[in-house]
Each structure stands twice: as structure tokens, then as C-alpha cells.
Write a protein that binds this ligand. Structure first.
Ligand code: PLP
Length: 380
């Protein structure tokens, strides 16, 4: 079955008891057993729930993994991966990563005696040079947030294999529609399901998808022991979102590409960061690694300063001023004061997240309405 067909049919089999075309939502917290000490497929919803299981089957199929785990948020999924490590171990992460990932690595994970450092994963020579003898996890994001750098996942996976270190990829921006990191050699794919997978700004969720059963068992054990599972109702919402994932991502990407062209030719804009533009430094890798489109996230720098940038993001009418991304509504934000405010200011500047940067999540509205909205906001 092709991607779109799997998104609709895998994990969404009709209910044999009633014939309902949409599987029922199983809200039960506990499941009655036939005999003491002999467990059926489900016993308690933290350990496993039929509605969550359906979603996990769809996710594993879409990412070509052996299994998936659904979490109560993207951060819970990320946290679960970091809990594989022991005190004294080291995590090497890319420098273009979500601000919340930066925060959990530096403010929570470091407290447990795990060391953390960042290096640009789109520059593989520098990234590999930053590997230490105690590095036990490589963490990358592609496209990166908010600079939309592209990391060559296959080349990074080759480095990870050479050093015998697992590679985890936050693929939230790419979605399995455009990139499948496990096929490229990664060990773990992470998603904030809050974004494109859910797609409608009405559910918070996260996911891990893995290539080998041992890794699945290890992560399942941590998830069950710590408990940040996705609720049955929220699992249903993500499952519903997945059915239109491909259509949404391709159409939203089409508008993003057209907006990138529009902004590139505008005097009020200093530079546009979009992997689909030929002048993007990693365009060639993006063209092979991202299939069919370059994503619906777009970042640009304007002429001016911090205050002028604030005025612009506060002046759009259709683009809503909000963090998050990936839903049908277009959003606008200033990373320096919003999504990446939790960075240490010196680190933020060192990693190129400037005051005049604006990040767009392009939604499903008509392209011309979005273009006109940006045009009027840039006039403030
Ligand atoms: N990864 C990326 C790339 C994100 O953009 C986000 C949230 O914005 C997360 C992870 C965290 O996900 P959540 O907000 O679902 O916890």
C-alpha cells in the first residue's frame, strides 16, 4: 500500500463487533482478565490501550519502523529517549534545535549527571569532531528549528554507525510525508504530534518510532515506568489527523515555496531561509532527502531591529501570533522572544538566532490571502 492509503487504513480497521468504519475510542483505564496472573493483550491503559495501539500501528507503518510509542507531548517523547542514558554519558545534539529541546537537555537532563553539548549537525565534519569517548546519543533535527538548516541524515547515520552511537532524529518539520529517517539509517524518529501529525491545533502529543525491537522494548519499558502516555481521546485525534497528513503537508508546502519566492524578491527582507530555494546552503541535500516538497516552515530576516520585528509579527491579520506550527492555521512568531526565548542569550546569538528573525508556519489558507497579509505587515 502507498503512504496515503496506509495513513487511512493501517490501524483504522473497522470494528468487528458493530461494523463501525471508525474504530471506537477505548476510554477504559483497566481491562478485566480471565485468570489471576495471566494477562490478556491489554491490562492497564498506561501499559497499553487499544486506541493508542491503533495510532502506534499507523505511525510505525508511515515511518517504516518496527514499532511506535505515543506520548502525551513531544517533550515527553524526547525525555524518554534521554532516559536511556546513565550518569557520565554524553549527548551530542545539533545546534539548530527546538528551544524546548535545548531547555530539557541543559536544565533537566544535565541534572542527572548526563553531559550535553551542541555542534552544527549540518556541518558533519564539525559534528563528528564533537563526538566524545562517552557520547551515547546523537540528536539532530532536520529541517532545524528555527534556521531550517538541513542535516544529511544518511551521512550522519553513517557517522553514528562508525562510532556505535544511536542516532535520534526530531523529524517534526519534515513529517514522514517528506523524509523517513529510519530508511536513511537513523535508529529513532521523534515527532511532536502536536504539529503536522495532529494538524488542527487541538491536541498535544508526541511519538517515537524505532527501527529495531530491542530499542522498542527499552523505550517501552521507560515509557510504561514513567507514564507520559497519550490519552485515548488524544490518540483518536492524532489518528484522524494522519488520514489527511499527506494532502495537508504537500499543499501547505506549495504555499510556503511560493511565499519564499515572494519574500526573496522583497527589499524589506534581508534574507529568506527556505530549503527549497536554490540559494539555501543545504538545498542539494534537501532536494534528495525531502521527497516531493521542502516543507511548510519558512524563516526570514527583515531589515530593522528587535522592535521593528516585534511590530511586524504583531501586525499580520491572518497569520496568528503564536508558537507551535504544522496546523491548518498559519502562524507567525519571533524566535528570539518566543519559541527560542529559553536559550541562553549568548548561545542564541552564537547559533545565529538573531533578533530580526521571523518564523512562519504556513497553513492551508489561500496563498494570495497569505501573501497579501505579509505584504501589509511588512509595511509597518
Ligand atoms: N520538536 C520540535 C521541532 C518542536 O517544534 C516542538 C514544539 O514546538 C517540540 C519538539 C516539542 O513538542 P511538544 O510541544 O508537543 O511537547
Amino acid at each position: 500500500m502507498r503512504f496515503r492509503t496506509r495513513a487511512i487504513h493501517v490501524g483504522n480497521e473497522r470494528d468487528p463487533a458493530t461494523g463501525a468504519i471508525v474504530p471506537p475510542i477505548h476510554l477504559a483505564a483497566t481491562f478485566v482478565q480471565q485468570q489471576a496472573g495471566e494477562w490478556g493483550e491489554f491490562d492497564y491503559s498506561r501499559s497499553g490501550n487499544p486506541t493508542r495501539k491503533n495510532l502506534e500501528r499507523t505511525l510505525a507503518s508511515l515511518e517504516d519502523g518496527c514499532g511506535a510509542l505515543a506520548f502525551s507531548s513531544g517533550m515527553a517523547a524526547t525525555h524518554c529517549v534521554t532516559m536511556m542514558l546513565q550518569p557520565g554519558d554524553h549527548i551530542l545534539a545539533g545546534s539548530d534545535i527546538y528551544g524546548g529541546t535545548y531547555r530539557i537537555l541543559h536544565k533537566i537532563v544535565q541534572r542527572t549527571g548526563v553531559r550535553v553539548s551542541l555542534a552544527p549537525s549540518h556541518d558533519l565534519t564539525r559534528f563528528e569532531a564533537a563526538i566524545q569517548p562517552n557520547t551515547r546519543l546523537l540528536w539532530i533535527e532536520s529541517p532545524g528549528n528555527p534556521l531550517l538548516t538541513i542535516t544529511d541524515i544518511a551521512a550522519c547515520a553513517a557517522i553514528a554507525r562508525r562510532h556505535r552511537i544511536p542516532l535520534a532524529v526530531d523529524s517534526t518539520f519534515a513529517t514522514p510525508v517528506l523524509t523517513r529517517p529510519l530508511q536513511l539509517g537513523a535508529d529513532i524518529v521523534m515527532h511532536s504530534a502536536t504539529k503536522y501529525l495532529g494538524g488542527h491545533s487541538d491536541v498535544l502529543g508526541g511519538a517515537l518510532i524505532v527501527r529495531d525491537p530491542q530499542r522498542y522494548d527499552q523505550l517501552y519499558f521507560i515509557q510504561n515506568a514513567t507514564g507520559a502516555t497519550l490519552s485515548a481521546f488524544d490518540s483518536f485525534l492524532v489518528s484522524r489527523g494522519l488520514k489527511t497528513l499527506e494532502l495537508r503537508v504537500l499543499e501547505q508546502s506549495r504555499s510556503a515555496a511560493r511565499l519564499a519566492e515572494f519574500l526573496s524578491g522583497d527589499r524589506r527582507v534581508r534574507r529568506v531561509l527556505y530549503p527549497g530555494l536554490k540559494d539555501h546552503p543545504n538545498h542539494a541535500i534537501a532536494a534528495t532527502q525531502m521527497q516531493g516538497a521542502f516543507g511548510a516552515m519558512l524563516t526570514f530576516e527583515i531589515e530593522g531591529d528587535f522592535e521593528r520585528t516585534r511590530s511586524v509579527v504583531q501586525s499580520t491579520r491572518l497569520f496568528q501570533l503564536a508558537v507551535s506550527l504544522g496546523a491548518v492555521e498559519s502562524l507567525i512568531e519571533q524566535p528570539a522572544s518566543m519559541s527560542h526565548a529559553s536559550y541562553d542569550p549568548a548561545d542564541r546569538a552564537a547559533h545565529g538566532i538573531g533578533d530580526t528573525l521571523i518564523r512562519l508556519s504556513v497553513g492551508l489558507e489561500h496563498f494570495e490571502d497569505l501573501r497579501d497579509d505579509l505584504d501589509q505587515a511588512l509595511n509597518v
